[in-house]
Design a binder for this molecule. Structure first.
Ligand SMILES: Nc1nc2c(ncn2[C@@H]2O[C@H](COP(=O)(O)OP(=O)(O)OP(=O)(O)O)[C@@H](O)[C@H]2O)c(=O)[nH]1
Length: 382
């Protein structure tokens, strides 16, 4: 099934096409990595291999695991820093349910951001009806990362003074990896003065004295994490002394993202790219469509209701550069189905229009979307 979809997408590729499945992209990256002046075409297989290996020897890449508690703005940040919408976002927690990669290739350097589900406790898993795999999904992302980016919401006056225990546990578990802190949502702060105190508090004052302006990193001299720290002290702590840098950004407005891009480019390691240069995500189009519907249901429906809905892809096809797709939303009761549809299906129409515009932005081509609802105790409508 997927092979067919991929073929169709490739057949209709435009410069805006964002999505390619990456199951077998190592081979593709060898050809997409070609650079600069056009050499004469290689005449033999040996010459072709030589050219490929020369191209790869110039390539650099960096894998960044972006972690943080739900709703700190991880997905919004990733979409903006790679300059493509590939991660569905919403105003509610737990929009991202599975880790996936967002890729940005500039010149010889490929940055691969691993978007992760917000770190959760067992209690939160029960409350929001989340999959058990949710809790451990981010581990896979971190295992493939060169560096950990901890995203923290600087605008939330209730939580901003402490790193969440789940974040600290992760940093301790992967203390061998370098990490940096991103203070996000600085656009919301009326006075930026609070940020210096916040940096001191969250980093245990290991980065002060080197603060620069406008979202530029604050460098840390600590190059190595000392392994032997008293375990009891660690349990009580709410900060991390081993961040290498701090960035002040607004993932929403883009403030501070250019500096962060430059910083990550500098950290990139010489090695062959994992993805072709025109790939922006490893998620399949089908998965992105379903996740986009789910994200907007979170926005449009109150409280816990959207967490109990099940979204499934009914249909997907690309014809003459138009994506035709249909998603079914399974509702636990007819009452909830009526709530989604609204009077004369007005609300469902609104949701469908909103998701359609998200998908047009995501795929860079026309999208025809149908959302149908189905109550497990009643009949189907759309
Ligand atoms: N004001 C402001 N809002 C932001 C910023 N970044 C994200 N948001 C908002 O914060 C909410 C959550 O953003 P997401 O990107 O979905 O957050 P997330 O961390 O990926 O959320 P989970 O999927 O729950 O882990 C959305 O309503 C965003 O518009 C920012 O820099 N400034």
């Amino acid at each position: 099934m997927f092979g067919k979809v991929l073929k169709l997408l490739n057949g209709h590729r435009t410069h805006n096409l964002l999505l390619i499945n990456v199951r077998n992209l190592n081979a593709a990256s060898q050809t997409h990595g070609a650079v600069s002046a056009t050499p004469p075409p290689p005449t033999s297989e040996a010459e072709r291999q030589e050219e490929t290996s020369q191209t790869q020897s110039l390539q650099k890449s960096l894998h960044i695991a972006v972690i943080g508690v739900p709703n700190v703005g991880k997905s919004t940040f990733i979409n903006n820093i790679i300059n493509h919408r590939v991660c569905p976002t919403s105003a509610k927690v737990h929009t991202t349910r599975k880790s996936h990669s967002a890729i940005c290739t500039t010149g010889q350097t490929q940055l691969v951001f691993h978007d992760t589900p917000g770190l959760v406790t067992q209690r939160e898993i029960r409350k929001h009806n989340l999959e058990q795999s949710f809790k451990s999904s981010y581990r896979h992302a971190i295992q493939n990362a060169d560096v950990i980016a901890v995203m923290h919401d600087a605008s939330n006056s209730w939580t901003r003074k402490e790193l969440h225990p789940t974040v600290l546990d992760t940093l301790k578990a992967y203390a061998n990896l370098p990490s940096f802190l991103i203070l996000n949502k600085i656009d919301v702060l009326k006075s930026k003065r609070v940020l210096l105190d916040l940096i001191k508090t969250l980093t245990n004052d290991t980065l002060t004295g080197k603060r620069s302006t406008k979202g530029v990193p604050v460098r840390n001299d600590v190059e190595q994490v000392e392994p032997a720290v008293d375990t009891r002290l660690r349990q009580r702590t709410t900060n991390w002394s081993h961040f290498h840098d701090v960035f002040l950004v607004s993932g929403l407005t883009g403030n501070g993202l250019d500096e962060l891009q430059d910083y990550l480019q500098d950290l990139a390691k010489p090695r062959a790219w994992k993805y072709a240069s025109d790939v922006h995500t490893d998620a399949s189009p089908e998965a992105l469509i379903v996740e986009s519907v789910r994200a907007r249901l979170l926005d449009y429906l109150p409280q816990e209701i959207p967490y109990n809905l099940k979204c499934e892809l009914e249909y997907y096809s690309v014809e003459k550069n138009v994506i035709y797709t249909s998603v079914q939303v399974q509702c636990p009761t007819q009452r909830i189905e009526r709530l989604i549809c609204g009077e004369s299906n007005g609300k469902l129409r609104q949701i469908t229009e909103r998701v359609t515009s998200d998908l047009v932005e995501m795929f860079g081509q026309a999208v025809s979307l149908t959302i149908s609802t189905f109550a497990t105790t009643g009949k189907k409508s759309n």
